[in-house]
Design a protein around this ligand. Structure first.
Ligand SMILES: C[S@@+](CC[C@H](N)C(=O)[O-])C[C@H]1O[C@@H](n2cnc3c(N)ncnc32)[C@H](O)[C@@H]1O
Length: 559
């Protein structure tokens, strides 16, 4: 299989593994909820490479749908590629603004995308899909990269999006399309979408549950042959006669008499035929419906002109999604709609397009991730879809720019609460909902914790552990260092036996005495983090303790 080579590839292909885990620090004042939690809708401010890594402990293998719109690298937008890749050659190359003049901008774009796509794949569940907006500048590189990371067979669709709106009037050929590249984690597990392309006409064949086609088909591929229609063969008319004929296909060797929607006498008909084998199977089956190669129920009928038709029952699994996306809005009118609610953003993706695409996943409880969030169209789409079908989809947005609060989160706040002055009724009313806002915090240096180099304070470590293990809000005030209690989640009481001193960590372990001093347990299981244990499994079981050895098992309790 052809593969893609680019400058820097050897340095970035495993870079996602080297990216450090960072804390996700909750920002109550920027959130829109009473209880900040990693289980809520999330807006994370920070570089998505670190943010995606930080989300791994809580979200790995849980995301149903990734919907991203990365920089297109057109040269019109300047962007910075400054991942902390550990190579002197790359260090020299990085950190400069990538602009039109940068001859290696395509290599840099690939270096930026590769580790992010690898992390995104880890976050996706088995049935999940990833959808990526892109245009002609990087489509070819992106397809190769996606083939390499997700597997060529998992290409699900390379949508052409007809971008209505302003065209570049100077262009020799006016470009009016972009792409949405869709890959599945495992295409065999991707379900046929139940959504119907909104351009589908009401009288379209797609809405009919039966498909009818003549099998009379003359041509080189279908040499003439004789079919025998036995007495009892079904007709689609009640009564009549089809006269013997030697012109006009099919040729009838004898008269055919129909009564009560059935042929009374055996007749031979001659023509070139399509579906001949299926026809013969149907006759063999006593003229009872059979299933074709695509799993569709099929039967045959003679019609009043003498033609033989195959009638196929459209299966539930029939797709009504077309690979060309049309009439789904444009960025200019979306920008104008955002102005209505006081949000300024260039080139936001149209809401109707985003809603349609998110509905390719047949799950109104889907967890949806957008790690290039911009103005937050994905969150807006999720909130509206939930309102429309009473769903409980959730979103996770990541945005690195300062406007993560002032534009991304602010749009979501306004969409949730409603804006009285908005023209649209939906925007006036507001969708309702909540979100929790997080900043990227300090690095969690597992290796240096192991070596005792940089040991975090008890509270800092407790906060990190509690979030990472439970995904729920941490309340510093609940800490009781004497018992080691650091908080209570939906399923667990959580304990931490730890001091930021290497000698203490070397010597200390969870002992029987400490187990006995744990507060009386309520109905919940206890999660105890400690450097080691001197108690047997039976004691742990008896005391409802799940033991987690530090630092290795921090990420153990993911649900
Ligand atoms: C094309 S815009 C997305 C627009 C969005 N779909 C909308 O409808 O508003 C791309 C966004 O990705 C953000 N971005 C680029 N690189 C990023 C990174 N490494 N981490 C997080 N966000 C990033 C940019 O700041 C920008 O806001």
């Amino acid at each position: 299989m052809p593969t893609l080579q680019f400058k820097g590839k050897t340095f970035v292909q495993n870079h996602h593994l080297a990216v450090k885990y960072h804390q996700l620090v909750p920002k109550k004042d920027l959130s829109l909820t009473d209880k900040v939690s990693l289980q809520d809708n999330l807006i994370v401010h920070g570089d998505n490479l670190k943010a995606l890594k930080a989300l791994l402990p809580t979200c790995s293998g849980r995301i149903d749908c990734i919907y991203i719109d990365p920089p297109y690298n057109t040269g019109k937008e300047n962007w910075v590629y400054n991942d902390n890749v550990n190579s002197p050659m790359l260090q020299e190359w990085l950190g400069k603004v990538v602009d039109k003049e940068d001859l290696t901008k395509h290599d840099k774009w690939l270096c930026m995308m590769m580790p992010r796509l690898k992390l995104l794949k880890e976050l996706l569940n088995e049935k999940g899909i990833i959808m990526i907006h892109i245009n002609d500048y990087e489509i070819h590189s992106l397809r190769y990269l996606m083939d390499e990371i997700f597997g060529r067979d998992n290409l699900t669709c390379n949508f052409i999006w007809r971008t209505d709106g302003n065209f570049d009037n100077q262009a020799k050929i006016k470009i009016c399309h972009e792409y949405v590249v869709v890959y599945s984690k495992d295409i065999s597990k991707f379900e046929t979408p139940s959504i119907i392309d909104p351009n589908t006409k009401e009288d379209s064949k797609l809405f009919k549950d039966q498909i009818r086609n003549t099998i009379v088909k003359n041509g080189r591929k279908n040499p003439k042959s004789i079919l025998k229609l036995p007495a009892g063969f079904p007709a689609n008319f009640e009564e009549g006669t089809i006269k013997k004929r030697d012109k006009g296909y099919p040729i009838f060797k004898t008269d055919a008499f129909i009564k009560d929607y059935k042929l009374l006498n055996e007749v031979e008909v001659e023509s070139g035929w399509s579906s001949k084998e299926l026809f013969e199977e149907f006759v063999k089956n006593g003229m009872v419906s059979i299933v074709d190669g695509k799993g569709q129920e099929s039967r045959f009928e003679i019609i009043s002109t003498g033609a033989i038709e195959v009638v196929k029952q459209r299966s539930e699994d029939q797709s009504h999604v077309l690979s060309v996306l049309m009439n789904m809005g444009n960025t200019q009118s979306m920008s104008a709609a955002l102005k209505e609610i006081g949000i300024e953003f260039d080139y936001p993706k149209p809401l109707s397009l985003s809603k349609y695409l998110l509905n390719l996943v047949n799950n109104n409880e889907a967890l949806i991730l957008d790690s290039f969030a911009g103005s937050g169209t994905t969150a807006h789409a999720v909130l509206e879809l939930n309102n429309e079908d009473k769903g409980s989809r959730k979103f996770i947005l990541v945005e690195q720019e300062e406007y993560a609060n002032t534009i991304t989160a602010e749009r979501v706040r306004r969409v949730i609460k409603g804006v009285k002055t908005a023209n649209s009724e939906k925007l006036k009313k507001g969708t309702g909902g909540t979100f929790s806002y997080f900043e990227l915090g300090d690095e969690i240096e597992m290796e240096s914790i192991l070596r005792g180099e940089t040991l975090p304070s008890y509270t800092e470590f407790a906060r990190y552990l509690f979030y990472t293990a439970t995904g729920e809000e941490f309340n510093e005030k609940a800490i009781n260092e004497r018992t080691g209690f650091i908080g209570e989640s939906k399923n667990y009481e959580v304990y931490l036996h730890y001091k930021p001193e290497i000698e203490w960590l070397k010597k200390n372990a969870l002992t029987l005495e400490e187990v006995k001093t744990l507060p009386k347990f309520n109905s919940k299981q206890r999660l105890v983090f400690a450097p080691a244990k001197y108690v047997d499994d039976y004691t742990l079981l008896e005391n409802r303790i799940d033991f987690c050895q530090l630092p290795y098992e921090i990420y153990r309790i993911k649900k």
